[in-house]
Design a protein around this ligand. Structure first.
Ligand SMILES: *Cc1c(COP(=O)(O)O)cnc(C)c1O
Length: 821
């Protein structure tokens, strides 16, 4: 509608929040939108009605934010990510809109249990692990620090699989998070775009065509339709949009086919389009390498870029000013094809000169690297890339010839170095290197912790870094303290408020004031009481869910994260076996009762990761049923680790296991969540653990093991795990027990190869770090035996973790990468 400037639109009345009004609204939603009366309503109906009531308030703020953005006309941020691991939204939105207490009161008056209906909301699990969760924390923080931002991703019908454990093995089941509808999203059909694949490229036919202008005629087309979800920042200051794309077939063609009697053809085309956004690839930090994955990457990149350029032209008229008004951040290389797509749009659709286009591209994009594992770096076979994206292949070649020209001209590089800079990997089957493409097409390339960024400069991007020395910078990850402290740990939240007031709610660094309470005996006791309350709640949950019997007075030692060999769940399990042995050999000693909890999903095709889950279960069965252990040690694998499970487990943790092989975990964010919830960390000097030690102080964290430099050195010297194992009786015995079938009498050879790998090569330095790890665990026991000392260290952790708020991270992105002052 084109309304004249002076037209006065009726505005919705400002909403008041008070429990009575809210209760009334909820019943109204229940009646007129759900069509049920309060007597007949089921818990799901109440959930829906409550969400609609919260949503109305979010929408008011959303519309206001949109107006503000258009008036300001400043730079906007576009965060492109193939994953958003959001979790539940209801409590988050209600809390950020500051209506949680009123909501609680309103539901009390209606006789509805808030916790019960909250637990019915499905997790939006459109991500694998840390990378996707970071994107979700960033969306919330960008709204909180008042940055106009859009998240762009894919609306997977099936997100992360649900993990069940059957006979100890992981079984993957589809999780249909949309089964009851999704009241948070709005379909925006009017903002749909076509995305093409395949076909051929011809010289463009136009009067004043640029010399580089081509015309791509895709053989296949699909429609990308957006679904918008409002993301409310803290105190509802700003509400930004998460825009997720769904693939749909192009209707007219389908209808033609259908009418012409080609029912199967029409169906297969429709299935083909819908398959694009059906599932999330469940592999974490290893590329799937499947054609469908490249299609997903291009599909969402193209739709997002078309949307960004359309919006820019609509408001500013000229595509040349794009970098002044838009900052596009690439979350890993998954959206890296965007670099070529924006070039295509600028050169082919807007007739820009190649060099001018390239300058615009580089000023617009920033790229965040998330891993140095060589096997995790994305690349695509040239023939596949060329068949699917023929025009983009040409553009990649054209970029590459300029890039290599610059590199040669600089005179710093031999042929080998030129080969590593190239966008094309020429060793063996030729492949397009997505990391190099993202690096070349961005003005900023950032790592996610100080150590990771330093390593980036000397490993994967050593030569590109030499060519563009100003480009690499560090942005240490963070987490949102709203979800990961204020909402998930109500007891601790209230205790902190009582002690230091409310300032930390707006500035996490104000948590520092808690340092003054670390030695206060009364405060320590209350702090430990809150922890115990959370542990009892977790124990209750695990009893109901998996019939686990765990004692809330034991030390809760938790390792939850994706199952990966570099994260070394195996080291933890082997230590449990060694400890089990020690307890049985020395029952007279003063052992600290421990519960070791594991949780995490394995990529369905990752054999060793799945075997490690089975091993955790086998070891648990043996230990938990052995009366000679007298309950001093329990091991439990908790199925289906996800955001909601993390929200229950992290507040209940005494000890946080962050024990990756040094140099392999880019940052970690689980480590941060645990520490702000008052767990002590046992960890290696890897990823953000290094900076956590600097912040909480080395007395308040338990560090062990080789450093990244030492790991390198050991490998260079020719690491011999066998010799190490011979030196450690405890380790040798534990490995032997596992390998010989003590824990798998039904299949004695089950773990033979897994353990043989440690003897033969031990890629992940499990043997090298074992003794140091076991000794660190006994130091942990020693601290635990002095509960006041434990409490003091834990309180220092909470007090000093403020810097790890994702608000701080986002402010750094805004200042250093997005140029937002
Ligand atoms: C925070 C989080 C992660 C990341 O954990 P790391 O220990 O950093 O690997 C993974 N999954 C979920 C559900 C999370 O909440």
């Amino acid at each position: 509608m084109n309304l004249k400037g002076e037209t006065q639109l009726p505005k919705p009345a400002p909403r008041q929040v008070d429990p009575q009004i809210l209760a009334h609204e909820i019943v109204e939603r229940l009646t007129y939108r759900i069509g049920k009366d309060a007597k007949a309503a089921k818990p799901h109906d109440w959930l829906h009605a409550v969400i609609l009531s919260i949503r109305d308030r979010v929408i008011d703020a959303w519309i206001e934010s949109t107006h503000k953005t258009y008036e300001e006309q400043g730079r906007r941020v576009y965060y492109l990510s193939l994953e958003f691991l959001i979790g539940r939204l209801m409590r988050d939105a209600a809390s950020n809109m500051e209506m949680l207490d009123d909501l609680q009161a309103a539901l009390d008056s209606l006789g509805v249990d808030l916790d019960l209906i909250a637990a019915l909301e499905p997790d939006a699990a459109l991500g694998n692990g840390g990378l996707g969760r970071l994107a979700a924390c960033f969306m919330e923080s960008m709204a909180t620090v008042d940055i106009p931002a859009y998240g762009y991703g894919i609306r997977y019908v099936n997100g992360m699989f649900r993990q069940e454990i059957s006979d100890g093995w992981q079984v993957e089941l589809p999780e249909n998070w949309l089964a009851h509808g999704n009241p948070w999203e709005f379909e925006r059909r009017e903002a749909s775009y076509e995305v093409g694949f395949g076909g051929r490229v011809d010289p463009a036919e136009c009067e004043n065509c640029g010399p580089y202008q081509m015309s791509w005629r895709p053989a296949e087309r699909v429609i990308a339709t957006p679904y918008d979800t409002p993301i409310a920042g803290w105190r509802g200051k700003r509400v930004n949009t998460l825009r997720l794309w769904e693939a749909q077939p192009i209707d007219p063609i389908l209808l033609d086919k259908f009418n012409a009697g080609d029912h199967l053809g029409a169906l297969s085309e429709s299935n083909r389009a819908e398959a694009l956004t059906r599932v999330l690839y469940p592999a974490d930090s290893s590329p799937a390498g499947q054609e469908l994955r490249l299609r997903q990457e291009y599909f969402f990149s193209s739709a997002s870029l078309q949307d960004i350029v359309r919006r820019h032209i609509q408001y500013f008229g000229d595509v040349r000013t794009l970098p002044d008004k838009a900052a596009i951040q690439l979350n890993d290389t998954h959206p890296a094809v965007s670099v070529a797509e924006l070039m295509r749009i600028l050169v082919d659709e807007h007739g820009l000169d190649f060099d001018e286009g390239w300058d615009i591209v580089r000023r617009t994009f920033g790229y965040t690297n998330h891993t140095l594992l060589p096997e995790a770096l994305e690349s695509w076979p040239v023939p596949l890339f060329e068949r699917l994206l023929p025009r983009h292949m040409q553009i990649v070649y054209a970029i590459n010839s300029r890039l290599l020209g610059e590199a040669r001209k600089s005179g710093q590089f031999d042929d080998h170095a030129i080969g590593t800079i190239s966008l094309i990997d020429e060793g063996g089957e030729r492949r397009v290197r997505m990391g190099n493409l993202a690096f070349a097409g961005s003005h900023s390339v950032n790592g996610v912790s100080a150590l990771h960024t330093d390593l980036m400069k000397v490993t994967v991007f050593a030569d590109l870094h030499k060519l563009y020395p100003a480009r690499i910078n560090n942005k240490t990850n963070g987490v949102t303290f709203r979800r990961w402290l204020m909402q998930c740990n109500h007891g601790l939240f209230e205790l902190i408020r009582e002690a230091i007031g409310d300032r930390f709610m707006d500035d996490a660094e104000a948590l520092r004031e808690l340092d003054n309470f670390a030695d206060d005996t009364a405060f320590q006791e209350r702090f430990l009481a809150v922890k115990r309350f959370n542990k009892v709640a977790l124990a209750d949950l695990l009893r109901k869910r998996i019939n686990a019997r765990i004692d809330a007075d034991a030390l809760f030692d938790i390792q939850i994260k994706r199952i990966h060999e570099y994260k070394r769940q195996l080291l933890n399990i082997i230590e449990a076996v060694a400890l089990y042995d020690q307890i049985r050999s020395h029952p007279e000693k003063d052992w600290v009762p421990r519960v070791k909890l594991f949780g995490g999903k394995a990529a369905p095709s990752y054999h060793n990761a799945k075997l490690i889950i089975k091993l955790a279960g086998d070891v648990a069965r043996a230990i938990n049923h052995d009366p000679s252990v007298q309950g001093l040690l329990k091991v439990q694998f908790v199925p289906n680790y996800n955001v909601s499970m993390a929200e229950m487990m992290i507040p209940a943790a005494d000890l946080s296991e962050q024990i990756s092989t040094a140099g392999m975990e880019a940052s970690g964010t689980g480590n941060m969540k645990f520490a702000v919830n008052g767990a002590l960390t046992i960890g290696t000097l890897d990823g953000a653990n290094v900076e956590m030690r600097d912040h909480v102080g080395e007395d308040n964290i338990v560090i062990f093991g080789l450093t990244a430099a030492e790991v390198n050195q050991r490998r260079a010297e020719g690491y011999n795990p066998r010799a190490v194992i011979e030196q450690s009786r405890e380790l040798g015995q534990a490995l032997n027990a596992i390998a010989s079938g003590v824990f798998s009498p039904d299949d004695p050879n089950r773990y033979k190869d897994l353990i043989q790998g440690i003897y033969d090569h031990d890629w992940f330095m499990v043997a090298a770090d074992f003794d140091s790890y076991a000794a660190a665990q006994r130091r942990v026991d020693g601290i635990w035996q002095d509960q006041a000392l434990w409490a003091k260290k834990a309180i220092h952790n909470v007090a000093r973790m403020g810097w790890f708020s994702s608000d701080r991270t986002i402010r750094e992105y805004a200042a250093d990468i997005w140029n937002m002052g």
